[in-house]
Design a binder for this molecule. Structure first.
Ligand code: DLL
Length: 421
């Protein structure tokens, strides 16, 4: 395993090279460097990265579709796009070398999670423009496992194949796996005996430790949190090893920093802030100091697994997903954390924001029928939410199976009616 000193030497060599490359080949970076009064040669140490101007999502939007390419278009081997909720998507481009690098990182992620040749990977991430499907496909291929590319949806068929083909590794969004807990029982399966799952690779959206416990209890597997984003190849930026104490960032390819999202100031390791990544060898679309909007902490101590790759804490949420309710900051992940800790609360919930005279936060919670009309239970949930969020939430208990489930893509659990009122 690489020691921190060796890793830092590799990072510095690659950083200097990629900064020079981006400056020479992408007009936006040259312009930003010139405006900041720096040259690639100004980057002499790893800390000098702080001199490099940030890149943000709107830079990619403004240069839609391929204005940030550093290579001629005929060198591209693939294009993906991330579905923006508004306007044009962000297009991401890969050379052959980029695809090889991405596959290698995915293979490494699979390996760290314990996936081996002989494993059968049911890949329930969406195949298509979304990077999840093909990213996990490449990972399975890189470790020599068998991949079943079921993609999203068609839950009955997913479960049938999971049983009949003896799937050992489930890859999907955590919210879909939570949904499979209930769907498998509704279809009459006994998850622990009918299925042979031993590993789960879950990511693409925030989830809680409590959701992990539920999934592991139902299926008897070990769940690993995987982080990535389209702009940074896709999945494969960071993953939990067997210790599951933070996600290792593949720091030979991604230089990670945390910053104060309001001021841009670089934070010490251990402090919560916005993750910023510099891709250290991306050919088609180099990204320097890309602001993710994702909030987490970085820590650098050696892991019990023996790796020194820095770890990030489970993503708390995106700064732009943060709900401001009557001036108080609320993350949907905090609501999930509270709810899933309460026995008798189902797996599904919905957060509804409205405004009449004041902002109001309502939470619909699925619960078993014996608890539906239990005022003590309702009070308990309200009390626990108040203790964590610092504000009152109107809790409504609803029957199991009544809230909408997402069988495709990322869960949508927040309904904000405020802008329409
Ligand atoms: O979600 C890539 C991916 C696919 C990652 C499959 C993991 C597994 P995007 O659609 O561009 O790419 O969304 C990226 O999703 O900035 C985070 O806000 C969120 N996200 C991704 N992984 C996690 C995670 C893919 N493990 C955005 N925990 C990121 C929390 C995550 N949030």
């Amino acid at each position: 395993m690489l020691k921190p000193k060796q890793m830092k030497a590799i990072q510095l060599r690659k950083l200097r090279k990629i900064v020079e490359y981006a400056y020479r080949n992408v007009p936006l970076f040259k312009k930003r460097f010139d405006e900041a009064g720096i040259k690639p040669s100004s980057i002499r140490t790893l800390d000098d990265v702080a001199k490099v101007p940030f890149t943000v999502k709107t830079d990619l939007r403004d240069n839609y579709p391929l204005g940030l390419l550093a290579v001629p278009q005929d060198r591209l081997y693939a294009l993906h796009a991330s579905s923006g909720t508004t306007g044009k998507p962000i297009v991401v481009a890969y050379t052959r070398g980029d695809l090889e690098c991405w596959s290698r990182l995915m293979g490494r992620s699979f390996d760290v999670a314990g996936v081996r040749k002989g494993d059968i990977v049911q890949n329930m991430y969406g195949y298509g423009l979304f990077t999840g499907g093909l990213g996990f496909h490449y990972g399975a291929r890189a470790v020599g496992a068998t991949v079943i590319p079921t993609s999203t949806g068609n839950t009955k068929r997913q479960l049938m194949l999971m049983k009949d083909l003896r799937t050992t590794v489930a890859a999907c969004t955590p919210s879909y796996m939570v949904y499979l807990c209930e769907a498998s029982r509704a279809e009459g399966y006994m998850p622990r005996t009918d299925f042979a799952l031993r590993i789960g690779l879950f990511g693409a959206e925030p989830w809680s430790e409590e959701a992990r416990k539920r999934i592991e209890e139902v299926f008897g597997l070990r769940a690993h949190d995987c982080f990535g984003m389209s702009e940074l190849y896709g999945p494969g930026v960071a993953i939990e090893c067997d210790q599951r104490n933070g996600l290792h960032v593949w720091s030979d390819e991604f230089l990670v920093e945390t910053i104060n999202p309001d001021t841009g100031e670089v934070l010490e390791p251990g402090k919560e802030g916005e993750l910023v990544f510099t891709m250290l060898s991306r050919e088609a679309m180099p990204l320097l100091r890309y602001r993710t909007r994702d909030l987490s902490r970085v820590f650098e101590e050696e892991c019990a697994c023996g790796r020194y790759h820095p770890r990030i804490r489970r993503i708390k949420g995106r700064s732009d997903d943060m709900l401001i309710v009557g001036g108080v900051n609320v993350f949907p992940s905090q609501v999930e954390h509270v709810l899933m800790n309460i026995p008798g609360v189902g797996d599904q919930y919905q957060i509804i924001l409205s405004h009449t005279d004041l902002d109001r936060l309502a939470v619909k919670v699925e619960t078993t029928s014996d608890r539906l009309n239990d005022p003590k239970f309702l009070k308990e949930i309200q009390g626990d939410l108040l203790a964590v969020l610092g504000i009152n939430a109107d809790v409504a208990l609803v029957e199991l199976g009544t809230l909408p489930r997402s069988e495709v893509g990322k869960a949508r659990r927040v309904i904000d009616l405020r802008s329409k009122e």
